[in-house]
Design a protein around this ligand. Structure first.
Ligand SMILES: *[C@@H]1O[C@H](CO)[C@@H](O)[C@H](O)[C@H]1NC(C)=O
Ligand SMILES: *[C@@H]1O[C@H](CO)[C@@H](O)[C@H](O)[C@H]1NC(C)=O
Ligand SMILES: *[C@@H]1O[C@H](CO)[C@@H](O)[C@H](O)[C@H]1NC(C)=O
Ligand SMILES: *[C@@H]1O[C@H](CO)[C@@H](O)[C@H](O)[C@H]1NC(C)=O
Ligand SMILES: *[C@@H]1O[C@H](CO)[C@@H](O)[C@H](O)[C@H]1NC(C)=O
Ligand SMILES: *[C@@H]1O[C@H](CO)[C@@H](O)[C@H](O)[C@H]1NC(C)=O
Ligand SMILES: *[C@@H]1O[C@H](CO)[C@@H](O)[C@H](O)[C@H]1NC(C)=O
Length: 866
């Protein structure tokens, strides 16, 4: 089979392409503009420099080559982004191409300062002489900003050009002063005719639309339920397929499945293999295991699109679990209209492992606000399928050119949510509903694209914000902020507030917290003086203040104009009203007057744990301090899980939610997202998945089952963060290092963890202690929640690690059973060395820690603590 294929493709080589098995593009041009030399990008694709080509194909009155000064760390590769060509007048590229077949045109932009020009001045159009407009009044700077990406890729597809020349005209926009055009990379590649069939218009039965004659823009191309597929892994068509999870709507993430190793993906003769690579069909997203839940939600993806265009939505299916007809039957909705009823992939393909795709056309009108494309799947209950479920393997969204050849939309505007985000506490982006993810990720995939997983995009963006903010106010969001408190389901303010206040008054009545008058609060914060702001959240601002003459407090004030966060506000009050513990931040009082909603907390003099770990000019914490802080935080969480009437799951455990008082006592804060256990069955679908990227339990993602072990997972990340003094996610590092959880685990398995610990700790940790600590963290990060220890076990182990360290420091052997650590020799010698390294810190805390270690055991017996 293979050899005959080879024979045929060889035989027809002089034709334009062979399409029996693969597709060999007859034209494949990769031009790295502004670069004199040929070079390869990070995927190993070879880009031509200009010397060989440009003279012949570029005509321009005024063009210069340029090199970007700064390489953004999120650029996937310096080629082709770091060099570009800048035009201050119209410029035309004429690429010789074959006269038949469609072509893809991929344009690569990196908005940076070239030749000292201001990137904000670049407004330009890209057109063809025969009347197609790809981009108009296009600002790369605005687009990149709105998409929170450093670079932009635009993919267009054009019908054959009769004269064998494909021309692209770059024209600076005349409506802007100092406007110029630029381009970093141009790719022209022959493509198979993937738009040959007429497509049904959704909502107009029997009406079809010819798409093959139009020019198209690829808006999104997703490997649903699977991974990012780089250009080099998609045959010779060099398409990029992105992860779909940023586009999922709401909490309903469904579950991802991949085909068993044994299952062969068999393309039927009617389906050419170039339609999509095998890896797209090998993975899928479907609904969860519970039929009752599935009946009550739609598996939905939401995409930002431009209004006044018709879109072709291509859905790729391949059944990789079911084998029989009527096992999985579902309806497909596009923009709330029925596109297909009773879709049954096995009925279409007649077998498991056989791919198929379906195209639907939808017109998206131009409405106020953001224009969106909704793709939703729901089990078809009427068909009474064996499983109430639906499936999708891949998804592409193409924009069709209008009758006058236009494909250009307006520049995207940074979403209002994103603007609010700029005010947010930099570290905290829990509670990001996927509505939000859609807004941010809306850019990430499809033609616009970042190579990394979308969470990373957000982090890149966050990181930038943080840098920008750091200079201005230096305020790190350290207090009990509500994460960023944006939920898509906004509760009514009135009910939220009245519930909250009834809680507060009952608290006050019980003497658990007191009422402050507004004048008291105003006096204590110098009438909400901006210089006292120590944190900002979606909910409002946090001020440092004084009450009762000298008691320092943190005052969280709701923004009177904002309805955001009322729900989290209420949750926090409910939680705090039930909880009192040495290692939980405590609510002192509240004030509710003149529409003001104000909470008063203990002041945490030393801020967040994170600000003592990295990107800081504070002195590094000693190892024992770190251990004690971790033990304190573990106690707080253990109390949450077991000490209260219900299991309470924090859901947002991270180093910015562990605060330190003036004695470095750790207190867990931010209960805005917490959930009590027994309610979970009813809420794990209707609830938005929350938490912070880098700390999120992968099983929680997969199964939508929130358990206390999700906190244990996040705490495992915290433990490694404390040990390695680096962020949970750092997108500027190489791929395998981006996620701390992955990086630390791979080092732990290889036995090289010692290489990545905080340099400030090198040589100061007793090896036995490190071993115990690392094993504990490793167990917390177990993939499956049942293998993770409970918070109580974690506490015990950390306590044991501390004893090992103390014993080593004092030269005495540990008087506990250390039989599981047979390599117990050498404590004394190494210990004394350690002691010399950190006398001050070590001796200062050692007195307290005996007491605290006793306390932990008593607390395990009596989990209510104090
Ligand atoms: C060419 O463009 C540069 C800026 O890109 C400008 O300074 C120069 O005046 C232009 N030259 C001509 C002849 O237009
Ligand atoms: C430059 O191109 C634009 C758009 O293609 C066109 O409207 C304009 O007339 C051109 N300018 C010149 C000087 O050719
Ligand atoms: C790309 O293909 C290579 C070789 O087939 C494979 O090792 C690699 O895992 C693939 N990468 C992805 C992201 O699919
Ligand atoms: C969309 O089309 C309508 C009707 O043709 C027109 O009034 C409106 O301005 C268009 N919107 C955009 C953004 O082009
Ligand atoms: C589809 O319906 C949902 C609510 O049912 C709504 O929020 C959304 O805007 C609708 N989408 C479109 C494109 O009309
Ligand atoms: C699923 O989406 C369709 C189309 O928008 C809507 O009519 C239906 O009510 C939704 N079903 C559920 C359970 O949300
Ligand atoms: C060009 O884009 C800018 C920024 O999006 C916008 O403010 C301006 O109105 C646009 N100009 C035209 C002529 O569309």
């Amino acid at each position: 089979m293979k050899s005959s294929t080879f024979f045929f493709s060889f035989f027809f080589t002089f034709l334009f392409f062979s399409f029996i098995n693969g597709f060999k593009p007859s034209d494949s041009i990769l031009l790295s503009c502004g670069s004199p030399n040929n070079a390869a990008d990070a995927d190993g694709r070879a880009w031509s420099g200009e010397s060989s080509l440009t003279d012949k194909i570029l005509t321009s009155a005024n063009s210069t080559s340029a090199t970007a000064l700064f390489q953004d760390p999120s650029l996937p590769s310096p080629v082709p982004y770091m060099t570009g060509r800048v035009f201050s007048a119209n410029a035309t590229y004429n690429f010789p191409v074959s006269k038949t077949g469609r072509h893809w045109i991929r344009l690569y932009f990196y908005p940076a300062s070239y030749n000292n020009l201001n990137p904000d001045d670049a407004f330009f159009s890209v057109t063809t002489p025969d009347g197609l407009t790809f981009l108009k009044n296009f600002s790369t700077a605005l687009t990149a900003k709105a998409l929170t990406q450093a670079y932009i890729i635009k993919e267009f597809s054009v019908a054959s050009s009769a004269d064998g020349i494909l021309s692209l005209v770059f024209s600076p926009d005349t409506n802007h002063r100092n406007s110029y055009a630029f381009i970093n990379g141009i790719e022209i590649i022959s493509m198979p005719d993937v738009f040959s069939e007429p497509v049904n218009m959704v909502g107009y039965s029997d009406q079809t639309i010819e798409v093959g004659v139009s020019a198209m823009q690829t808006m999104y191309r997703l490997n649903v339920g699977g991974q990012y597929i780089p250009a080099t892994n998609d045959s010779e068509l060099s398409r990029i397929w992105y992860d779909d999870s940023p586009y999922l709507y709401g909490a309903a993430l469904g579950v991802t499945t991949s085909a068993d190793k044994g299952l062969n993906i068999e393309y039927p003769s009617s389906l050419p293999e170039y339609i999509a690579p095998v890896s797209v069909y090998q993975t899928a997203r479907s609904m969860g295991p519970d039929p009752e839940i599935n009946k009550n939600f739609n598996l939905t993806w939401v995409f930002q699109v431009d209004g006044n265009f018709t879109y072709v939505v291509r859905l790729h299916f391949c059944e990789i679990v079911m084998q029989k007809v009527n096992q999985r039957v579902f309806d497909i909705y596009l923009n709330n209209q029925t596109a297909e009823t009773a879709a049954d992939v096995i009925a279409w393909t007649s077998a498991e492992g056989v791919p198929i795709y379906k195209d639907y056309a939808v017109f998206v009108s131009d409405t106020d606000g953001d224009d969106e494309m909704w793709v939703a799947l729901h089990p078809n209950v009427a068909a009474r399928p064996e499983y109430m479920n639906s499936i999708l393997n891949g998804l592409e969204v193409f924009k069709m050119s209008t009758n006058d050849g236009n494909l250009a939309g307006p520049n995207p505007e940074p979403s209002s949510m994103m603007m609010e985000d700029e005010l947010d506490s930099p570290a905290s982006f829990a509670g990001k509903s996927s509505k939000k993810a859609t807004v941010i990720g809306g850019a990430a995939g499809g033609a616009a694209a970042a190579g990394l997983f979308f969470a990373v995009c957000i982090v890149v963006y966050r990181r930038k914000r943080k840098v920008e903010r750091a200079g201005s106010d230096g305020a790190s969001g350290w207090l009990p902020l509500y994460g960023n408190s944006h939920t898509s389901a906004s509760k009514s303010t009135i009910s939220g507030r009245s519930n909250a206040s009834s809680h507060l008054s009952s608290l006050a009545a019980a003497g658990l917290c007191r009422h402050f008058s507004l004048p008291e609060i105003k006096h204590g914060t110098r009438n909400f003086d901006e210089s006292l702001v120590i944190g900002v959240g979606g909910f409002g601002k946090v001020y440092k203040g004084v009450v009762d003459g000298s008691t320092k407090v943190a005052i969280k004030r709701s923004n009177p104009q904002s309805e955001q966060g009322v729900h989290e506000f209420q949750t926090e009050i409910e939680m705090l009203s039930k909880l009192r513990h040495k290692h939980l931040v405590s609510l002192i009082g509240y004030c509710e007057e003149d529409d003001e909603m104000i909470l008063v907390y203990d002041y945490m003099a030393y801020g967040t744990l994170r600000e003592h770990l990295y990107k800081t000019n504070k002195p590094p914490l000693s190892w024992k301090q770190r251990l004690e802080i971790c033990i304190g935080a573990a106690r707080g969480l253990h109390y949450l899980h077991t000490g209260a009437k219900y299991t309470i799951i924090h859901r947002d455990v991270k180093t910015t939610n562990i605060l330190l008082d003036e004695n470095f006592v750790a207190k867990v804060s931010d209960f805005g997202l917490s959930k009590t256990g027994p309610m979970m069955n009813q809420t794990h679908v209707s609830t938005v998945v929350k938490g912070s990227f880098g700390y999120l339990d992968p099983e929680y993602f997969r199964r939508q089952q929130l358990t206390d072990k999700s906190d244990v997972y996040s705490f495992g990340v915290v433990l490694f963060e404390v040990l390695c003094a680096r962020p949970a996610l750092n997108p500027s590092l190489s791929k395998e290092q981006v996620s701390l959880a992955d990086w630390a685990m791979s080092n732990q398995r290889k036995g090289t963890l010692g290489d990545i610990i905080d340099p400030a700790l090198k040589g100061k940790i007793n090896p036995e202690c490190l071993k115990k600590y690392a094993e504990t963290a490793e167990k917390c990060l177990s993939d499956s929640s049942v293998e993770r220890p409970t918070m109580g076990d974690v506490l015990w182990n950390l306590e044991f690690a501390l004893q090992l360290q103390e014993a080593a420091d004092s030269g005495k052997p540990v008087d506990m059973d250390i039989s599981e650590n047979p390599a117990g020799s050498g404590h004394g010698r190494k210990g004394s060395h350690t002691l010399n390294g950190s006398i001050g810190a070590g001796s200062e805390v050692s007195g307290e820690s005996d007491e605290s270690s006793n306390e932990v055991f008593s607390q395990l017996v009596n989990p209510r603590g104090r």
